[in-house]
Design a protein around this ligand. Structure first.
Ligand code: AMP
Ligand code: ZN
Length: 473
Protein backbone atom coordinates (compact mmCIF):
# COMPACT_ATOMS: atom_id res chain seq x y z
CA UNK A 1 0.00 0.00 0.00
CA UNK A 2 1.31 3.38 -0.95
CA UNK A 3 1.10 6.48 1.21
CA UNK A 4 -1.90 8.79 0.76
CA UNK A 5 -1.48 12.16 -0.93
CA UNK A 6 -0.07 14.99 1.14
CA UNK A 7 0.62 18.49 -0.15
CA UNK A 8 2.51 21.50 1.15
CA UNK A 9 -0.04 24.18 1.96
CA UNK A 10 1.39 27.68 2.05
CA UNK A 11 -1.51 28.93 4.18
CA UNK A 12 -0.63 26.72 7.13
CA UNK A 13 3.02 26.37 6.05
CA UNK A 14 2.81 22.64 6.53
CA UNK A 15 2.71 19.54 4.43
CA UNK A 16 -0.56 17.89 5.33
CA UNK A 17 -2.79 15.10 4.06
CA UNK A 18 -5.04 16.11 1.24
CA UNK A 19 -8.71 15.47 1.97
CA UNK A 20 -11.35 16.85 -0.37
CA UNK A 21 -13.74 19.32 1.25
CA UNK A 22 -16.70 17.43 -0.15
CA UNK A 23 -15.91 13.70 -0.22
CA UNK A 24 -17.09 12.09 -3.44
CA UNK A 25 -17.56 15.40 -5.24
CA UNK A 26 -15.14 16.86 -7.77
CA UNK A 27 -12.02 18.45 -6.31
CA UNK A 28 -12.14 22.18 -7.05
CA UNK A 29 -8.84 23.52 -8.42
CA UNK A 30 -8.33 27.17 -9.37
CA UNK A 31 -5.08 28.22 -11.02
CA UNK A 32 -4.29 31.82 -11.91
CA UNK A 33 -3.88 32.05 -15.66
CA UNK A 34 -1.90 34.22 -18.04
CA UNK A 35 -2.05 37.97 -18.48
CA UNK A 36 -2.53 38.12 -22.23
CA UNK A 37 -0.71 41.33 -23.18
CA UNK A 38 2.24 39.37 -24.58
CA UNK A 39 3.41 35.80 -25.10
CA UNK A 40 3.93 33.68 -22.02
CA UNK A 41 7.56 32.85 -21.30
CA UNK A 42 8.91 29.46 -20.32
CA UNK A 43 8.96 30.60 -16.68
CA UNK A 44 5.20 31.01 -16.75
CA UNK A 45 4.95 27.54 -18.23
CA UNK A 46 6.98 26.08 -15.40
CA UNK A 47 4.13 27.13 -13.11
CA UNK A 48 1.45 25.89 -15.50
CA UNK A 49 3.22 22.51 -15.77
CA UNK A 50 3.49 22.18 -12.00
CA UNK A 51 -0.27 22.78 -11.82
CA UNK A 52 -0.83 20.24 -14.58
CA UNK A 53 1.20 17.65 -12.69
CA UNK A 54 -0.79 18.42 -9.54
CA UNK A 55 -4.01 17.78 -11.45
CA UNK A 56 -2.64 14.52 -12.85
CA UNK A 57 -1.57 13.40 -9.38
CA UNK A 58 -5.06 14.11 -8.03
CA UNK A 59 -6.52 12.02 -10.84
CA UNK A 60 -3.93 9.29 -10.14
CA UNK A 61 -5.30 9.19 -6.60
CA UNK A 62 -8.80 8.58 -7.88
CA UNK A 63 -10.21 12.09 -7.61
CA UNK A 64 -12.24 13.79 -10.27
CA UNK A 65 -10.96 17.33 -10.70
CA UNK A 66 -12.76 20.47 -11.78
CA UNK A 67 -9.99 22.76 -12.97
CA UNK A 68 -10.73 26.43 -13.55
CA UNK A 69 -8.20 28.82 -15.04
CA UNK A 70 -8.73 32.50 -15.75
CA UNK A 71 -7.42 34.62 -18.58
CA UNK A 72 -6.43 38.07 -17.33
CA UNK A 73 -7.39 40.34 -20.19
CA UNK A 74 -8.00 43.54 -18.23
CA UNK A 75 -6.96 45.33 -15.06
CA UNK A 76 -3.45 43.95 -14.40
CA UNK A 77 -1.49 47.17 -13.94
CA UNK A 78 2.19 47.58 -14.66
CA UNK A 79 2.80 48.11 -10.94
CA UNK A 80 1.45 45.91 -8.16
CA UNK A 81 0.79 49.08 -6.14
CA UNK A 82 -2.23 49.96 -8.30
CA UNK A 83 -0.36 52.59 -10.20
CA UNK A 84 0.84 52.63 -13.77
CA UNK A 85 -1.03 51.61 -16.87
CA UNK A 86 -3.17 48.57 -17.59
CA UNK A 87 -0.79 46.03 -19.19
CA UNK A 88 -3.34 45.45 -21.93
CA UNK A 89 -3.26 49.11 -22.98
CA UNK A 90 0.56 49.06 -22.92
CA UNK A 91 0.54 45.92 -25.09
CA UNK A 92 -1.88 47.56 -27.51
CA UNK A 93 0.41 50.56 -27.92
CA UNK A 94 3.46 48.33 -28.39
CA UNK A 95 1.85 46.27 -31.15
CA UNK A 96 -0.40 48.85 -32.82
CA UNK A 97 -3.38 46.51 -32.33
CA UNK A 98 -6.40 47.05 -30.13
CA UNK A 99 -6.43 45.72 -26.57
CA UNK A 100 -9.19 43.30 -27.65
CA UNK A 101 -7.12 42.04 -30.57
CA UNK A 102 -4.02 41.38 -28.52
CA UNK A 103 -6.08 39.61 -25.86
CA UNK A 104 -7.31 37.20 -28.52
CA UNK A 105 -3.91 36.84 -30.17
CA UNK A 106 -2.07 35.96 -26.96
CA UNK A 107 -4.88 33.77 -25.63
CA UNK A 108 -4.70 31.71 -28.83
CA UNK A 109 -0.89 31.52 -28.55
CA UNK A 110 -1.23 30.40 -24.92
CA UNK A 111 -3.69 27.63 -25.77
CA UNK A 112 -1.40 26.40 -28.57
CA UNK A 113 1.57 26.30 -26.17
CA UNK A 114 -0.44 24.31 -23.62
CA UNK A 115 -0.89 21.60 -26.23
CA UNK A 116 2.81 21.61 -27.16
CA UNK A 117 3.72 21.09 -23.50
CA UNK A 118 1.05 18.39 -23.00
CA UNK A 119 -0.70 20.50 -20.37
CA UNK A 120 -4.26 19.20 -20.06
CA UNK A 121 -6.97 21.73 -20.85
CA UNK A 122 -8.78 23.17 -17.84
CA UNK A 123 -12.49 22.35 -17.59
CA UNK A 124 -13.18 26.08 -17.57
CA UNK A 125 -10.96 28.73 -19.15
CA UNK A 126 -12.65 32.03 -18.34
CA UNK A 127 -11.86 35.58 -19.38
CA UNK A 128 -12.04 38.47 -16.94
CA UNK A 129 -13.78 40.64 -19.54
CA UNK A 130 -16.59 38.07 -19.84
CA UNK A 131 -17.29 38.39 -16.10
CA UNK A 132 -17.54 42.11 -15.46
CA UNK A 133 -21.05 41.97 -13.97
CA UNK A 134 -19.99 39.22 -11.51
CA UNK A 135 -17.04 41.36 -10.45
CA UNK A 136 -19.27 44.41 -9.96
CA UNK A 137 -21.68 42.34 -7.84
CA UNK A 138 -18.73 41.06 -5.79
CA UNK A 139 -17.44 44.60 -5.16
CA UNK A 140 -20.95 45.82 -4.29
CA UNK A 141 -21.20 43.16 -1.56
CA UNK A 142 -17.77 44.02 -0.17
CA UNK A 143 -18.89 47.65 -0.09
CA UNK A 144 -22.14 46.72 1.66
CA UNK A 145 -20.11 44.86 4.29
CA UNK A 146 -18.11 48.01 4.98
CA UNK A 147 -14.65 47.18 3.60
CA UNK A 148 -14.28 49.86 0.93
CA UNK A 149 -13.57 53.54 0.48
CA UNK A 150 -13.55 55.84 -2.48
CA UNK A 151 -10.69 57.95 -3.79
CA UNK A 152 -10.47 60.19 -6.84
CA UNK A 153 -9.29 57.28 -8.97
CA UNK A 154 -11.23 54.31 -7.71
CA UNK A 155 -12.87 52.15 -5.08
CA UNK A 156 -10.31 50.67 -2.68
CA UNK A 157 -10.25 47.79 -0.24
CA UNK A 158 -9.54 48.93 3.31
CA UNK A 159 -7.12 46.27 4.53
CA UNK A 160 -7.05 47.70 8.08
CA UNK A 161 -10.58 46.31 8.52
CA UNK A 162 -9.27 42.74 8.52
CA UNK A 163 -7.27 41.60 11.53
CA UNK A 164 -5.72 38.69 9.63
CA UNK A 165 -5.00 40.55 6.39
CA UNK A 166 -1.73 39.26 4.90
CA UNK A 167 -1.69 35.99 6.86
CA UNK A 168 -1.02 33.85 3.76
CA UNK A 169 2.27 35.63 3.06
CA UNK A 170 2.95 36.33 6.77
CA UNK A 171 3.14 40.02 5.79
CA UNK A 172 4.75 42.32 8.30
CA UNK A 173 2.06 44.99 8.10
CA UNK A 174 3.62 47.23 10.73
CA UNK A 175 6.96 47.04 8.96
CA UNK A 176 5.27 47.99 5.72
CA UNK A 177 3.48 50.89 7.40
CA UNK A 178 6.72 52.07 9.00
CA UNK A 179 8.55 52.05 5.70
CA UNK A 180 6.09 54.33 3.92
CA UNK A 181 8.44 55.74 1.34
CA UNK A 182 5.96 55.44 -1.45
CA UNK A 183 3.55 58.20 -2.14
CA UNK A 184 0.26 56.73 -1.00
CA UNK A 185 -1.90 59.32 -2.70
CA UNK A 186 -5.34 58.93 -1.18
CA UNK A 187 -4.71 55.32 -0.20
CA UNK A 188 -4.96 54.86 3.56
CA UNK A 189 -2.41 52.09 3.77
CA UNK A 190 0.25 50.69 1.42
CA UNK A 191 -1.53 47.33 1.42
CA UNK A 192 -4.92 48.76 0.33
CA UNK A 193 -5.74 47.87 -3.25
CA UNK A 194 -8.11 48.86 -6.02
CA UNK A 195 -11.34 46.96 -6.57
CA UNK A 196 -12.55 49.30 -9.31
CA UNK A 197 -10.51 51.94 -11.11
CA UNK A 198 -12.11 54.91 -12.84
CA UNK A 199 -11.20 55.79 -16.37
CA UNK A 200 -9.17 59.02 -16.11
CA UNK A 201 -11.27 62.12 -16.70
CA UNK A 202 -11.40 62.89 -20.40
CA UNK A 203 -9.81 59.54 -21.29
CA UNK A 204 -11.58 56.97 -23.43
CA UNK A 205 -10.11 53.59 -22.56
CA UNK A 206 -10.33 50.69 -25.00
CA UNK A 207 -11.65 48.51 -22.21
CA UNK A 208 -14.09 50.21 -19.86
CA UNK A 209 -17.52 49.53 -18.40
CA UNK A 210 -20.30 51.32 -16.54
CA UNK A 211 -20.57 50.54 -12.83
CA UNK A 212 -22.45 51.88 -9.78
CA UNK A 213 -19.29 53.90 -8.97
CA UNK A 214 -18.49 55.32 -12.38
CA UNK A 215 -17.04 54.26 -15.73
CA UNK A 216 -13.87 52.24 -15.41
CA UNK A 217 -12.49 48.74 -15.05
CA UNK A 218 -12.00 46.10 -12.35
CA UNK A 219 -8.80 45.69 -10.36
CA UNK A 220 -6.77 42.59 -11.13
CA UNK A 221 -7.47 40.60 -7.95
CA UNK A 222 -11.25 40.80 -8.04
CA UNK A 223 -11.52 38.75 -11.23
CA UNK A 224 -10.09 35.67 -9.53
CA UNK A 225 -12.29 35.97 -6.44
CA UNK A 226 -15.37 36.46 -8.63
CA UNK A 227 -14.70 33.73 -11.19
CA UNK A 228 -13.48 31.22 -8.60
CA UNK A 229 -16.71 31.75 -6.72
CA UNK A 230 -18.83 31.47 -9.84
CA UNK A 231 -17.29 28.19 -11.01
CA UNK A 232 -16.16 26.55 -7.75
CA UNK A 233 -18.23 28.10 -4.97
CA UNK A 234 -17.28 30.15 -1.91
CA UNK A 235 -14.78 27.67 -0.56
CA UNK A 236 -13.00 25.07 -2.65
CA UNK A 237 -10.09 22.65 -2.40
CA UNK A 238 -6.92 24.03 -3.99
CA UNK A 239 -5.74 27.39 -5.30
CA UNK A 240 -2.43 27.73 -7.15
CA UNK A 241 -0.20 30.28 -8.83
CA UNK A 242 3.43 31.31 -8.98
CA UNK A 243 5.34 32.29 -5.83
CA UNK A 244 5.05 35.97 -6.79
CA UNK A 245 1.32 35.76 -6.06
CA UNK A 246 1.82 35.16 -2.35
CA UNK A 247 2.28 38.71 -1.00
CA UNK A 248 -0.16 40.62 -3.20
CA UNK A 249 -2.47 38.83 -5.61
CA UNK A 250 -3.46 35.83 -3.51
CA UNK A 251 -3.36 37.83 -0.30
CA UNK A 252 -5.89 40.19 -1.84
CA UNK A 253 -8.04 37.44 -3.32
CA UNK A 254 -8.35 35.99 0.19
CA UNK A 255 -9.16 39.43 1.66
CA UNK A 256 -11.95 40.01 -0.86
CA UNK A 257 -13.58 36.63 -0.46
CA UNK A 258 -13.33 36.80 3.31
CA UNK A 259 -14.94 40.24 3.21
CA UNK A 260 -17.78 39.00 1.05
CA UNK A 261 -18.59 35.54 2.35
CA UNK A 262 -16.36 34.96 5.37
CA UNK A 263 -14.43 31.99 3.97
CA UNK A 264 -10.75 32.04 3.14
CA UNK A 265 -11.37 30.97 -0.44
CA UNK A 266 -9.42 27.71 -0.63
CA UNK A 267 -8.37 24.91 1.68
CA UNK A 268 -4.89 24.44 0.17
CA UNK A 269 -2.64 27.13 -1.31
CA UNK A 270 0.17 25.82 -3.51
CA UNK A 271 2.77 27.91 -5.30
CA UNK A 272 5.18 27.13 -8.09
CA UNK A 273 8.63 28.57 -7.55
CA UNK A 274 10.28 30.62 -10.24
CA UNK A 275 12.30 29.68 -13.24
CA UNK A 276 15.39 31.86 -13.30
CA UNK A 277 17.45 32.78 -16.32
CA UNK A 278 21.12 33.33 -15.51
CA UNK A 279 20.08 33.39 -11.87
CA UNK A 280 17.77 36.36 -12.45
CA UNK A 281 14.00 36.48 -12.57
CA UNK A 282 12.58 35.81 -16.00
CA UNK A 283 9.96 38.45 -16.57
CA UNK A 284 8.09 39.78 -19.55
CA UNK A 285 8.59 43.29 -18.33
CA UNK A 286 12.38 42.74 -18.40
CA UNK A 287 12.25 42.68 -22.19
CA UNK A 288 14.11 39.56 -23.41
CA UNK A 289 12.43 36.33 -22.56
CA UNK A 290 12.29 32.80 -23.87
CA UNK A 291 9.11 31.40 -25.33
CA UNK A 292 8.20 27.83 -26.23
CA UNK A 293 8.75 28.92 -29.84
CA UNK A 294 12.30 30.03 -28.93
CA UNK A 295 13.05 26.43 -27.90
CA UNK A 296 11.41 24.95 -31.00
CA UNK A 297 13.36 27.35 -33.24
CA UNK A 298 16.55 25.98 -31.74
CA UNK A 299 15.55 22.41 -32.53
CA UNK A 300 14.22 21.33 -29.13
CA UNK A 301 11.10 19.30 -28.55
CA UNK A 302 8.91 21.30 -26.11
CA UNK A 303 8.57 18.11 -24.07
CA UNK A 304 12.31 18.26 -23.36
CA UNK A 305 11.47 21.41 -21.40
CA UNK A 306 8.66 19.54 -19.68
CA UNK A 307 11.16 16.83 -18.75
CA UNK A 308 13.56 19.47 -17.41
CA UNK A 309 10.83 20.86 -15.17
CA UNK A 310 10.06 17.38 -13.86
CA UNK A 311 13.67 17.03 -12.71
CA UNK A 312 13.28 19.83 -10.14
CA UNK A 313 10.84 19.98 -7.22
CA UNK A 314 8.21 22.68 -7.75
CA UNK A 315 8.95 24.22 -4.37
CA UNK A 316 12.45 25.32 -5.32
CA UNK A 317 13.62 27.78 -7.93
CA UNK A 318 15.14 26.36 -11.09
CA UNK A 319 17.89 28.06 -13.03
CA UNK A 320 17.44 27.61 -16.76
CA UNK A 321 20.55 26.91 -18.82
CA UNK A 322 20.93 25.51 -22.32
CA UNK A 323 23.17 22.79 -20.93
CA UNK A 324 20.41 21.71 -18.57
CA UNK A 325 17.94 21.65 -21.47
CA UNK A 326 20.41 19.60 -23.54
CA UNK A 327 20.73 17.10 -20.72
CA UNK A 328 16.94 16.90 -20.40
CA UNK A 329 16.56 16.42 -24.16
CA UNK A 330 19.10 13.59 -24.09
CA UNK A 331 17.43 11.91 -21.11
CA UNK A 332 14.00 12.18 -22.71
CA UNK A 333 15.40 10.76 -25.91
CA UNK A 334 16.86 7.78 -24.05
CA UNK A 335 13.61 7.18 -22.21
CA UNK A 336 11.65 7.35 -25.46
CA UNK A 337 13.98 4.99 -27.29
CA UNK A 338 13.98 2.66 -24.32
CA UNK A 339 10.18 2.55 -24.43
CA UNK A 340 10.13 2.20 -28.20
CA UNK A 341 12.38 -0.83 -27.95
CA UNK A 342 9.70 -2.45 -25.76
CA UNK A 343 6.89 -1.81 -28.23
CA UNK A 344 6.46 -5.40 -29.30
CA UNK A 345 6.71 -6.83 -25.84
CA UNK A 346 3.04 -7.75 -25.64
CA UNK A 347 0.61 -6.89 -22.88
CA UNK A 348 0.99 -7.27 -19.15
CA UNK A 349 -0.09 -5.60 -15.94
CA UNK A 350 2.05 -2.89 -14.35
CA UNK A 351 4.35 -3.98 -11.53
CA UNK A 352 2.51 -3.31 -8.27
CA UNK A 353 5.63 -2.78 -6.15
CA UNK A 354 7.03 -0.16 -8.51
CA UNK A 355 3.64 1.52 -8.87
CA UNK A 356 3.42 1.75 -5.08
CA UNK A 357 6.92 3.22 -4.85
CA UNK A 358 6.11 5.71 -7.59
CA UNK A 359 2.89 6.65 -5.79
CA UNK A 360 4.82 7.25 -2.56
CA UNK A 361 6.99 9.78 -4.38
CA UNK A 362 4.28 11.71 -6.19
CA UNK A 363 2.10 11.65 -3.08
CA UNK A 364 4.93 13.16 -1.07
CA UNK A 365 4.13 16.73 -2.17
CA UNK A 366 4.69 15.90 -5.85
CA UNK A 367 8.26 14.65 -5.65
CA UNK A 368 8.65 14.26 -9.40
CA UNK A 369 12.47 14.10 -9.40
CA UNK A 370 12.24 10.95 -7.25
CA UNK A 371 9.34 9.62 -9.33
CA UNK A 372 11.52 9.99 -12.43
CA UNK A 373 14.23 8.00 -10.68
CA UNK A 374 11.72 5.18 -10.14
CA UNK A 375 10.92 5.32 -13.87
CA UNK A 376 14.61 4.99 -14.79
CA UNK A 377 15.00 2.12 -12.41
CA UNK A 378 12.02 0.44 -14.06
CA UNK A 379 13.42 0.94 -17.54
CA UNK A 380 16.90 -0.30 -16.63
CA UNK A 381 15.77 -3.13 -14.37
CA UNK A 382 15.27 -6.75 -15.28
CA UNK A 383 11.50 -7.08 -15.27
CA UNK A 384 9.92 -8.76 -18.30
CA UNK A 385 9.69 -6.19 -21.15
CA UNK A 386 5.88 -6.21 -21.21
CA UNK A 387 5.70 -5.43 -17.49
CA UNK A 388 8.26 -2.63 -17.85
CA UNK A 389 6.27 -1.09 -20.64
CA UNK A 390 2.93 -1.32 -18.83
CA UNK A 391 4.47 0.19 -15.69
CA UNK A 392 6.05 3.10 -17.57
CA UNK A 393 2.84 3.79 -19.49
CA UNK A 394 1.11 4.18 -16.13
CA UNK A 395 3.82 6.53 -14.79
CA UNK A 396 3.41 8.61 -17.91
CA UNK A 397 -0.17 9.43 -16.88
CA UNK A 398 1.59 11.79 -14.44
CA UNK A 399 4.69 12.74 -16.47
CA UNK A 400 2.72 13.58 -19.61
CA UNK A 401 5.72 12.87 -21.85
CA UNK A 402 3.79 10.76 -24.36
CA UNK A 403 6.12 7.80 -23.76
CA UNK A 404 3.64 5.16 -24.88
CA UNK A 405 2.95 6.67 -28.28
CA UNK A 406 6.31 8.12 -29.27
CA UNK A 407 7.85 6.89 -32.53
CA UNK A 408 11.24 7.86 -33.99
CA UNK A 409 10.84 10.28 -36.85
CA UNK A 410 12.39 8.26 -39.65
CA UNK A 411 11.57 10.84 -42.28
CA UNK A 412 13.84 13.38 -40.58
CA UNK A 413 16.91 11.31 -41.44
CA UNK A 414 18.34 12.16 -44.88
CA UNK A 415 18.55 9.25 -47.33
CA UNK A 416 22.36 9.47 -47.58
CA UNK A 417 22.65 9.14 -43.78
CA UNK A 418 20.33 6.17 -43.72
CA UNK A 419 22.39 4.47 -46.45
CA UNK A 420 25.56 4.96 -44.41
CA UNK A 421 23.84 3.63 -41.30
CA UNK A 422 22.53 0.57 -43.13
CA UNK A 423 26.03 -0.09 -44.47
CA UNK A 424 27.48 0.19 -40.98
CA UNK A 425 24.86 -2.16 -39.54
CA UNK A 426 25.72 -4.68 -42.28
CA UNK A 427 29.46 -4.30 -41.58
CA UNK A 428 28.89 -4.93 -37.88
CA UNK A 429 26.82 -7.99 -38.61
CA UNK A 430 29.65 -9.30 -40.79
CA UNK A 431 32.08 -8.47 -37.96
CA UNK A 432 33.97 -6.06 -40.23
CA UNK A 433 34.92 -3.81 -37.32
CA UNK A 434 37.33 -1.52 -39.16
CA UNK A 435 34.77 -0.79 -41.87
CA UNK A 436 32.07 -0.31 -39.22
CA UNK A 437 34.25 2.23 -37.37
CA UNK A 438 35.05 4.05 -40.58
CA UNK A 439 31.34 4.36 -41.39
CA UNK A 440 30.59 5.56 -37.86
CA UNK A 441 33.19 8.33 -38.31
CA UNK A 442 31.63 9.25 -41.64
CA UNK A 443 28.23 9.48 -39.98
CA UNK A 444 29.68 11.65 -37.21
CA UNK A 445 31.22 13.97 -39.79
CA UNK A 446 27.74 14.31 -41.31
CA UNK A 447 26.45 15.28 -37.84
CA UNK A 448 24.79 11.99 -36.84
CA UNK A 449 25.28 9.56 -34.02
CA UNK A 450 24.36 5.93 -34.42
CA UNK A 451 23.33 3.86 -31.45
CA UNK A 452 23.22 0.09 -31.79
CA UNK A 453 20.17 -1.55 -30.36
CA UNK A 454 18.89 -5.07 -30.13
CA UNK A 455 17.63 -5.94 -33.61
CA UNK A 456 18.51 -2.58 -35.20
CA UNK A 457 19.89 0.89 -34.60
CA UNK A 458 18.80 4.43 -33.79
CA UNK A 459 20.04 7.64 -35.37
CA UNK A 460 20.36 10.87 -33.47
CA UNK A 461 21.44 14.32 -34.49
CA UNK A 462 24.56 15.15 -32.51
CA UNK A 463 23.87 17.55 -29.64
CA UNK A 464 26.92 19.64 -30.51
CA UNK A 465 25.32 20.39 -33.87
CA UNK A 466 22.16 21.49 -32.13
CA UNK A 467 24.27 23.73 -29.92
CA UNK A 468 26.13 25.18 -32.90
CA UNK A 469 22.82 25.89 -34.59
CA UNK A 470 21.91 27.82 -31.51
CA UNK A 471 25.08 29.89 -31.51
CA UNK A 472 24.56 30.87 -35.13
CA UNK A 473 21.27 32.69 -34.57
P1 AMP B 1 1.24 36.32 -15.64
O1 AMP B 1 1.03 36.11 -17.12
O2 AMP B 1 2.28 37.33 -15.33
O3 AMP B 1 -0.06 36.64 -14.96
O4 AMP B 1 1.78 34.96 -15.03
C1 AMP B 1 1.23 33.68 -15.27
C2 AMP B 1 1.73 32.69 -14.24
O5 AMP B 1 3.14 32.51 -14.33
C3 AMP B 1 1.48 33.11 -12.79
O6 AMP B 1 1.08 31.98 -12.03
C4 AMP B 1 2.83 33.62 -12.33
O7 AMP B 1 2.96 33.53 -10.94
C5 AMP B 1 3.75 32.67 -13.04
N1 AMP B 1 5.13 33.16 -13.27
C6 AMP B 1 5.53 34.41 -13.63
N2 AMP B 1 6.87 34.46 -13.81
C7 AMP B 1 7.35 33.22 -13.54
C8 AMP B 1 8.66 32.61 -13.53
N3 AMP B 1 9.75 33.30 -13.85
N4 AMP B 1 8.76 31.30 -13.20
C9 AMP B 1 7.65 30.58 -12.87
N5 AMP B 1 6.40 31.08 -12.88
C10 AMP B 1 6.23 32.38 -13.19
ZN1 ZN C 1 -5.55 35.03 -9.70
Amino acid sequence: MANPLSLYDNYTRTQRPFEPIRPGAEVGLYTCGPTVYDYQHIGNYRTFMFEDVLKRVLVWNGYRVRHVMNITDVGHLTSDADTGEDKMETGARRTGKTAWEIAQLYTDAFVADLALLAILDPAVLCRATDHISEQIAFIADIEKNGYTYRTADGIYFDTAKQADYGYLARLDIEGLEGGKRVDLGEKRSPTDFALWKFSAPGEKRQMEWESPWGTGFPGWHIECSAMAQQYLGDYFDIHCGGEDHLPVHHTNEIAQTEARVGTRLANFWLHGYFLLLNDAKMAKSAGEFLRVASLVDRGYDPLAYRYLCLTAHYRGQLNFTWDALDAAATALDRMRHGMHALREAGTAAADTTLVARFTDQINDDLNLPRALAVAWETLRGDLPPAVKRATLVRFDEVFGLGLGTWRPKLEDVPESVRTLADARAAARKAKQWVEADRLRAELAAAGWEMEDRAGGYALKKRTQDRAQGRARD
